[in-house]
Design a binder for this molecule. Structure first.
Ligand code: GDP
Length: 179
């Protein structure tokens, strides 16, 4: 059994904690409790027929720290970021700024190479799919940019209704290439 470390990053309120909690505990809350410190979940999960020891790191948004770059931020809040096996970058399909935030984080990951290798998979997640009417970012545009240009996996999900949450983690454990 190998340990697989996953960092979940994104702007405030996009549903990072909700995704993790839905995946692990099948629960969802409308209450927004801001993540102010790194949270570590250590589930053993059976996915795709294999047992995995997962370490899921749920991070607060960078803006809550008085630092500018991901490198400084990583040093400040978690040295372990250097050795994660995958990144989940979450945005809210109803919030334009949250996608801009994902772009910034991705750029900083690539520039600072916090994790030491550019091979580490990044999966981009558009959450709150249930709020389809409030969507501000067309699915096709993002999915094209993410898959074709960034060469990252892309999943749209709803932590509220448990849509595609399992898909997200199973694709992640397959190596990050989402259909
Ligand atoms: P975080 O700051 O990124 O960890 O965000 P939270 O997980 O705390 O979620 C922020 C707010 O968005 C909470 O009020 C959640 O109930 C809500 N939320 C999270 N995921 C969804 C979703 O898929 N659909 C809807 N409608 N609301 C969601």
């Amino acid at each position: 059994v190998s340990t697989y470390r996953v960092a979940v990053l994104g702007a405030r309120g996009v549903g990072k904690s909700a995704i993790v909690r839905q995946f692990l505990y099948n629960e969802f809350s409308e209450v927004c409790v801001p993540t102010t410190a790194r949270r570590l979940y250590l589930p053993a999960v059976v996915m795709n027929g294999h047992v995995h020891d997962l370490q899921i790191l749920d991070f607060p948004p960078i803006s809550t720290f008085p630092v500018n770059t991901l490198q400084e931020w990583a040093d400040a809040c978690c040295r372990g970021l250097r050795s994660v096996h995958a990144y989940i970058l979450v945005y809210d399909i109803c919030c334009f700024d949250s996608f801009e935030y994902v772009k910034t984080i991705r750029q900083q990951i690539l520039e600072t190479r916090v994790i030491g290798t550019s091979e580490t998979p990044i999966i981009i997640v558009g959450n709150k799919r249930d709020l389809q009417r409030g969507r501000v970012i067309p699915r096709w545009n993002v999915s094209h940019l993410v898959r074709k240009t960034w060469k990252c996996g892309y999943v749209e999900c709803s932590a509220k209704y448990n849509w595609h949450i399992l898909l997200l983690f199973s694709e992640l454990l397959k190596g990050g290439a989402c259909a």
